[in-house]
Design a protein around this ligand. Structure first.
Ligand code: SF4
Ligand code: SF4
Length: 122
């Protein structure tokens, strides 16, 4: 998979063996738009307030998904090591859907190569 403006391609077959490195590891933010919060709460059959209390952290004016500590790792609250994947995959937010094609990585290629084994240099 490739995307205009990015100097690499992405081989999604790497995900099967990867262990969800983009959902675990160093602490980070997965920002959620209002519509994404609504969609995820509906998917989990929760009202938004209950969903927010359980799964969101407020950072400034934004909301990010909480993390869970597993050893030294900061796993996304919705990453399941038992299931080997995302528990809300069908309604994962745009930030997750667009990985690894984030503008941030255009100037931070080594960081991306270190994290994602599916990156193939052009
Ligand atoms: S880090 Fe890359 S290879 Fe691993 S699960 Fe995420 S997208 Fe797939
Ligand atoms: S919502 Fe799903 S795809 Fe996104 S970081 Fe969390 S576990 Fe990964």
């Amino acid at each position: 998979m490739r995307q205009e403006g990015f100097g690499y391609t992405f081989d999604s077959s790497a995900c099967a063996e990867c262990g969800g490195r983009c959902c675990t590891g160093e602490s980070g933010n997965i920002f959620m738009k209002r519509s994404e919060i609504q969609a995820m709460a509906t998917y989990l059959q929760m009202d938004e307030q209950h969903f927010a209390q359980n799964y969101l952290l407020k950072k400034g004016y934004k909301y990010t998904l909480k993390e869970q500590r597993v050893g030294m790792s900061h796993d996304c609250i919705f990453y399941s090591r038992d299931a080997g994947g995302c528990l809300v995959y069908d309604v994962r937010p745009q930030q997750c859907r667009t990985f690894p094609f984030w503008d941030y990585f255009k100037n931070n290629m080594q960081e991306l190569r270190d994290e994602c084994p599916g990156i193939v240099d052009d």
